[in-house]
Design a protein around this ligand. Structure first.
Ligand code: FRU
Length: 471
């Protein structure tokens, strides 16, 4: 019999990314900020380390760095409406649903029930105590299945201009929009997708919200995950920028725009409840890929989240685009780390290496390595004007994990490239072009990388990212 202790993979437990203490996790769900608390729910199997038996797990944080895992929030009902699939949650400030008890605004979660027979319907659960405990709505489902196999992942926002709730729902490889005045009675409004972006087999986990550019122009952003056909194999996430008139979303562009080019950024959506005070859109995604998610080598947990990232609209030569950069909560952990000639990396913490170079020098690369001859290579390939992330020799490399991811650079007129590379125990996140081009990837080295080398003149800075509070 195997000793569970020796099977544990403590060396891959991240310092500043959320992972559950044990068992399987996939998509982030129901993210809502209320009473100074960030709630993060997630697809969770409490009885195993593979996908199945889906419940909503729950964690909370005051700073998006230190997470406290809580009891399960919404339980599966295998013999009834079914397992609890992905969805969102909102603060129903004016108690439009009537699900509040009159003392505090109810938090209302919208999610998909997926039955044993694979019938998907949309349901509600609510919390009258600010997110601690959840009750399922008595008259679920609130949207029945119209006879379609893939009909899931409702994400709702309050549309201020039209005083209505709007739900984005993934239906086969399209997005349906529904509207409601009370979160309970929903009317189909329109459908989006034909001829836009990349399709694959299914679209999943949509998120629709307004965002304002630094010049004060408000646009609507629609995030859509898709499986498969991501930019570097398997699952991926694209976005559209356009207008929403209260019924219909019209994208300004038909071409695909990837939110992230790495293999491990999927099913990401944004927090509700921040907007009245800060106008921020904070995004978090599942840091995995359906191609190998069930086989990742960690134990006793399997699956974790990306860093929380702030989404902003940026004016570029290609028009208005969506950027994602680590949220302030992460950057505030930074402390300068002095590099030696050997480029020795910090130990026992997550860290950031800022790598800056001129494109005119031609090809360039930075290689992180350890005493086990494992390496992670990030390169600028001049011929294609792209960034490559090569994890083929980074450590664990099975089940289609070891491929090279590429990301085309967008700002053709800029000569200097600045890459912020954030490495935690089992992940690397690369942010370049001010967050317009990012790559997120899992890595499982036997021991942490201890040094790095560069091939051409570059400016280098290193920072530790130390999570001060240990729970
Ligand atoms: C995306 C997804 C969702 C679904 C959930 C089930 O990763 O397939 O569409 O609701 O996972 O766990």
């Amino acid at each position: 019999m195997k000793n569970t202790e020796t099977m544990m993979t403590k060396q891959w437990r991240p310092f500043i990314h959320f992972t559950p203490e044990k068992n399987w996790l996939n998509d982030p769900n129901g993210m809502v900020y209320f009473n100074d608390m960030y709630h993060l729910f997630f697809q969770y199997n409490p009885t195993g380390d593979k996908h199945g038996n889906m419940h909503w797990g729950h964690a909370q944080s005051t700073d998006l760095v230190n997470w406290q895992e809580k009891d399960i929030a919404i339980y599966a009902d295998p013999d009834g409406l079914g397992y609890v699939f992905s969805g969102g949650a909102v603060v129903d400030v004016n108690n439009t649903s009537g699900l509040g008890d009159g003392t505090v605004p109810p938090l209302v979660a919208t999610f998909t029930h997926h039955s044993k027979d694979e019938v998907q319907v949309q349901s509600l659960a609510y919390s009258q105590d600010g997110g601690d405990t959840w009750v399922e709505y008595a008259n679920n489902p609130v949207i029945a299945n119209p006879g379609l196999k893939d009909f899931r992942d409702p994400k709702v926002i309050w549309d201020e201009e039209n005083s209505q709730w709007v739900m984005a729902l993934a239906v086969e490889h399209f997005i349906y929009f529904y509207i409601s005045s009370n979160l309970i009675d929903w009317t189909f409004a329109s459908q989006f997708g034909e001829g836009y972006g990349t399709h694959g087999r299914v679209w999943e986990c949509p998120d629709l919200f307004p965002l304002t550019t630094p010049c004060g122009i408000t646009k609507w952003v629609l995030i859509v995950s898709l499986d498969p056909a991501g930019p570097n194999g398997g699952t991926g996430t694209q976005y559209f920028i356009g207008e929403f008139d209260g019924k219909q979303f019209i994208s300004d562009h038909t071409e695909t725009r990837w939110l992230d080019y790495g293999p491990d950024n999927y099913a990401g959506v944004t927090w509700d409840g921040l907007q009245p005070t800060s106008n921020k859109r904070i995004f978090i995604a599942w840091m995995s890929n359906w191609v190998y998610a069930n086989d990742l080598p960690t134990n006793p947990w399997r699956g974790g989240m990306t860093l929380p990232r702030e989404l902003t609209l940026v004016n570029s030569s290609k028009g208005i685009m969506l950027a994602n950069l680590p949220s302030d909560d992460i950057t505030s952990l930074k402390a300068e780390f002095t590099l030696t000639d050997a480029n020795t990396l910090p130990e026992s913490c997550a860290y950031e290496v800022v790598w800056k170079f001129d494109k005119s020098l031609g090809d360039n690369s930075i290689t992180f390595f350890n005493s086990e001859d494992e390496k992670l290579v990030i390169s600028y390939v001049a011929e294609n004007n792209e960034i490559q992330l090569d994890r083929t020799q980074s450590g664990w490399n099975e089940k289609g994990f070891g491929r090279v991811a590429t990301a085309p650079l967008k700002m053709t007129d800029e000569n200097t490239i600045e890459c912020s590379i954030i490495i935690d125990q089992s992940s690397v996140e690369v942010f370049t072009e001010k967050g317009l081009t990012t790559l997120t990837s899992n890595i499982f080295p036997k021991v942490p990388y201890s040094e790095f080398t560069i091939t051409r003149t570059s400016q280098l800075e290193c920072f530790t990212l130390i999570n001060k509070v240990t729970s």
